[in-house]
Ligand binder design. Structure first.
Ligand SMILES: O=C(O)CCC(=O)N[C@@H](CCC(=O)O)C(=O)O
Ligand SMILES: [Zn+2]
Length: 351
């Protein structure tokens, strides 16, 4: 295969090229951008954006932007593909080094959350566990960890601050349509400029994770020292059924960052705590085994509140009831393997 045929061409966009080659290991190849700089294909669905060498990176930052870690969460994939189209046409001239990732191309082809194992539980080395060995997701997690590690080393060598935005859509509807989860690192506080960026992207709710885990964002924050967020942008829909006008906020905010432009004037005050509703995790519900019973109905929306005393789950040993203050449910999903998360109970922080 020649370098040019391995790279998407003028008639094909990044997304269709990735879907077509989902099961292949594409070789590294380069594509010059019209205004300078280049796109480097590091693997299937993985592009490194390199600004022109003489470009002033006034913000001194770099980004990893991922989508499609769950293959059926299509809107953020389409947003990322739009950004690549704009880079290729010259409508977007890059000033910020970036790694753009379509997480699980094989699951994107089949329209599933995952093929054999949930990719977003396989980072921080969890891909080495026996029960996921040789699954497509374990191989992908290992590849992504390696490429992200190399990218992070390059950014550290240039003293660039690294941000990671892992873009998702949720299974359930949500009382708060867009929300971000801030990956846990002990002692860390959310920087005001990250809050301002999320608000610029129309994300007005932030959930502080309570412990490190095996998600992509947790890996990038713990192992690569990035400022990392899993960003939930709406509800899961198949390709072609998304109303992309609802994703304009994240598109415009990422485009602005990639172009190295200053934050809009409105963002100057937007980092104020009052603008962002901040929640913390009170309890993580885990599937404890065969006698586990989850009392939250399947059709409940994210952030639905439960009154003190409500029984949320029980098994033969214990029962969890809401504490003295109301608690809201996020990511309820009874259909997970034993030991995995069934949902989070969260409460709003007083400002
Ligand atoms: O709607 C759902 O139940 C899941 C949506 C989703 O994929 N969320 C991420 C959140 C990652 C985190 O907890 O930081 C996931 O479950 O992987
Ligand atoms: Zn997801």
């Amino acid at each position: 295969m020649t370098a040019s045929s391995a790279f998407f061409n003028s008639k094909q966009d990044w997304l269709s090229h990735t879907l077509e080659n989902a099961s292949k290991a594409l070789p590294q190849c380069r594509h010059r951008l019209p205004g300078g700089g280049e796109l480097v294909q590091l693997g299937t669905g993985i592009l490194q954006v390199s600004p022109p060498v003489d470009c002033q990176n006034t913000h001194q930052d770099a980004m990893m932007i991922s989508a499609g870690v769950h293959g059926n969460e299509t809107a953020p994939i389409e947003v990322l593909n739009q950004l690549v189209n704009e880079l290729r046409s010259g409508a977007l001239q890059p000033a910020c080094p970036a790694l753009l990732i379509l997480g699980n191309p094989q699951a994107m082809v089949t329209g599933q959350r995952f093929i054999d194992a949930n990719l977003n539980r396989l980072f921080s080395g969890a891909h080495r566990r026996d029960e996921v060995r040789q699954t497509p997701e374990a191989e992908r997690a290992q590849q992504l960890e390696q490429l992200c590690q190399t990218f992070a080393e390059q950014t550290q060598a240039r003293s660039l601050a690294l941000s990671h935005y892992d873009l998702h859509t949720a299974i359930r509807s949500s009382q708060r349509e867009k929300f971000a989860l801030y990956a846990f690192v002990a002692g860390r506080q959310v920087p005001a400029e990250q809050c301002a960026f999320l608000l610029e992207a129309d994300v007005h709710t932030l959930l502080l994770q309570h412990k490190a885990g095996t998600t992509f964002a947790s890996f990038s924050s713990s192992a690569l020292k990035a400022q990392s967020f899993t960003v939930e942008l709406g509800q899961v829909k198949p390709f072609g059924q998304n109303d992309l006008s609802r994703f304009q906020g994240i598109h415009n905010a990422l485009k602005r960052r990639l172009a190295g432009l200053p934050a809009p004037a409105s963002a100057a005050t937007a980092g104020e705590p009052a603008e962002m509703a901040i929640f913390q995790v009170v309890h993580e519900i885990l599937n404890s085994g065969e006698d586990f019973q989850f009392h939250v109905p399947d059709d409940v929306a994210n952030f639905t509140q439960y009154a003190p005393g409500t029984v949320i789950w029980e098994d033969s040993h214990q029962r969890y009831c809401v504490g003295e203050r109301p608690e809201a449910i996020v990511f309820p999903n009874r259909d997970v393997p034993i030991g995995q998360r069934v949902g989070l109970l969260v409460s709003r922080l007083a400002v």
